[in-house]
Design a protein around this ligand. Structure first.
Ligand SMILES: Nc1ncnc2c1ncn2[C@@H]1O[C@H](COP(=O)(O)OP(=O)(O)OP(=O)(O)O)[C@@H](O)[C@H]1O
Ligand SMILES: [Mg+2]
Length: 237
């Protein structure tokens, strides 16, 4: 297995490409992405709809496989791993807040949040889930199924679920996209608390410029190309 973590990188991406077959032929979504993210850093990815942001996040989180190139997560090259090994890495190191939430339809809010903690063997999953749901303001909706929750409530359940295992890397795809100002601010605060207190590396896709500016680095995706837009004065060599 490839080890490549001499510089304490949470994420390293080398010449990453992703193409898919469509009825009109091959479509290249990601066109050669290079990226290094240090452990404990916070990175925002902005850019137009359809530019490839969610596709990139899926590859970084070992949820999908690239056509070309390599992703190293915490020094581990992902292309060497089989599906089972990738699942183990996700369980141990990564949390994901999906743009479409991806809650389990048949489980209540509380059960959805408890699930990853139970799968990862974290003790006191129930009390931790209760406290996470309280933090996102959902103590009054514990036993609701996803379909009985509003879009913003589902998003907050997804956020509580992503936080419960204190991941090494948190990928968040539009985490405040469905929230009002007050709840959006609260989630933003929670993201950076986790970043500071647990040294969780944050990679956040967002159209919310205030959230992007809170991150130490800002990157822009345009038509499958990723570039750094962090103001030079704020870059640390
Ligand atoms: N499996 C697939 N098959 C065909 N096309 C795909 C597939 N996955 C993504 N695409 C296309 O690739 C492009 C990038 O999609 P992606 O979801 O990464 O965009 P995005 O930047 O996250 O956009 P948004 O801001 O709207 O969420 C889109 O044009 C999308 O239609
Ligand atoms: Mg997207």
């Amino acid at each position: 297995m490839s080890e490549n973590n001499a510089n304490n990188l949470a994420i390293k991406v080398v010449n990453l490409e992703k193409s898919v077959k469509t009825q009109e032929g091959e479509l290249t979504i990601l066109k050669g992405i290079d990226l290094e993210v240090k452990q404990g850093d916070s990175v925002a990815i902005v850019g137009p709809s359809g530019s490839g942001k969610s596709s990139l996040l899926g590859l970084l989180a070992a949820l999908d496989s690239p056509t070309k190139g390599e992703v190293y997560l915490d020094g581990q090259g992902l292309s060497d791993l089989n599906e089972e090994q990738k699942a183990a890495i996700r369980k141990q190191k990564v949390s994901f807040i999906f743009q479409s939430f991806m809650l389990v339809d048949t489980l209540t809010a509380l059960e959805n949040v408890m699930l990853p903690a139970e799968l990862a063997g974290i003790p006191n999953a129930r009390s931790k889930a209760l406290s996470m749901l309280e933090k996102v303001g959902l103590s009054h909706r514990l036993n609701h199924l996803p379909k009985q929750l509003s879009g913003g409530e589902q998003q907050r359940v997804a956020i509580a679920r992503a936080f419960i295992s204190k991941p090494k890397v948190l990928f968040a795809d539009e985490p405040t996209g469905n929230l009002d100002q007050e709840n959006g601010d609260k989630i933003e605060q929670m993201l950076f608390e986790l970043n500071k207190q647990s040294q969780t590396t944050l990679v956040v896709v967002t159209h919310d410029l205030a959230l992007a500016e809170q991150c130490r680095r800002q990157l822009k995706m345009e038509d499958g190309h990723l570039s750094e837009i962090t103001p030079a004065a704020e870059r640390i060599a």
